[in-house]
Design a protein around this ligand. Structure first.
Ligand SMILES: [Zn+2]
Length: 288
């Protein structure tokens, strides 16, 4: 299937085969844990994974760019505020688990830039950490093993089918995300500046279809291990719950962004109030 696929579908197939991609599929619906997906969210998630057409091509109401038929634009579009909401949701998930890992995390909003001495002048344009781990001795980052007290986690989310990512995403499973890590490290010389402030800079790049970069995965394994130890829980269970949380939140954000771009539109597969009315995604998933 991969050999016959075009570049667009190769990027999708490789992204959906990455570890942790589709973790929401393993999630038991649970209202108490806020893990219950709506029918629309399940339909969106299944159709995105299978590459089923979700709507007619139409202009995006926020950036006026082309919204293609497969719904990927809503995961790429920087307008409308959806990317920021998604970023903050994933950031908060990582923060919550860092707290349970007793890594003494601080959110960017609490003044991390001042803590790093970067609050004055042009430094303020680029902020180095969404979550700063102030007690990260047990977190393995890059080539450092222990001894690192502070680690700046910089969260990013990329869509492998974005035009600037498509080529590399069609060649490597995590190509788009790993490329974005290099961009983050080089931007405003952030890695070097953090090192000078005795902080390890660690980009944490998630994919909108699931999956995360190799180093970020290692950091998250360390955090989940600490959570398991602190709560007397099996590490496998903690990790599964973490990825289910990330999977559900990412899918919800993507689906919401999709709906917001289709409100009031009509046409094949795009009907006001019910964008999924004509979508055969679930039938396809069921092999009908
Ligand atoms: Zn747009």
């Amino acid at each position: 299937m991969l050999a016959r696929a075009n570049v667009w579908n190769k990027a999708r197939l490789l992204a959906t085969s990455a570890p942790h991609s589709g973790s929401w599929l393993d999630t038991a619906p649970n209202q108490a844990l806020d893990l219950q997906l709506t029918s629309s969210e399940v339909q969106y998630g299944v159709c995105r994974r299978l590459g089923v057409e979700l709507c007619d091509e139409c202009p995006c109401p926020f950036c006026l760019g082309a919204m293609e038929k497969w719904g990927a634009h809503c995961e790429i579009c920087m307008a409308g505020g959806d990317k920021t909401v998604m970023h903050n949701t994933v950031r908060n998930d990582v923060y919550m688990y860092s707290k349970r890992a007793h890594a003494v995390p601080q959110l960017e909003a609490s003044g991390v830039d001042r803590l790093l001495g970067l609050a004055v002048g042009p430094d303020t344009r680029e902020r180095p950490a969404d979550v700063l781990l102030c007690r990260a001795q047990d977190v393995v980052v890059g080539s450092t093993v222990g001894g690192t007290s502070r680690v700046a986690l910089d969260i990013g989310i990329v869509c492998p089918q974005a035009a600037c990512q498509l080529g590399v995403a069609a060649r490597e499973t995590l190509g788009a995300a790993e490329g974005y890590v290099r961009t983050k490290c080089a931007r405003a010389d952030m890695e070097t500046r953090c090192r000078a402030a005795a902080v390890v800079f660690q980009p944490m790049i998630f994919k909108s279809l699931g999956g995360v970069t190799v180093e970020a995965d290692r950091v998250l394994k360390n955090l989940n291990k600490a959570v398991a130890s602190n709560t007397d829980t099996c590490e496998t269970i903690v990790a599964a719950r973490f990825w289910q949380r990330i999977g559900v939140d990412t899918l919800r954000g993507n689906c919401k962004a999709f709906h917001r771009r289709l409100v009031g539109k009509t046409g094949r597969g795009v009907v006001a109030g019910d964008p999924f009315r004509d979508v055969g995604g679930l039938q396809v998933a069921a092999g009908l």
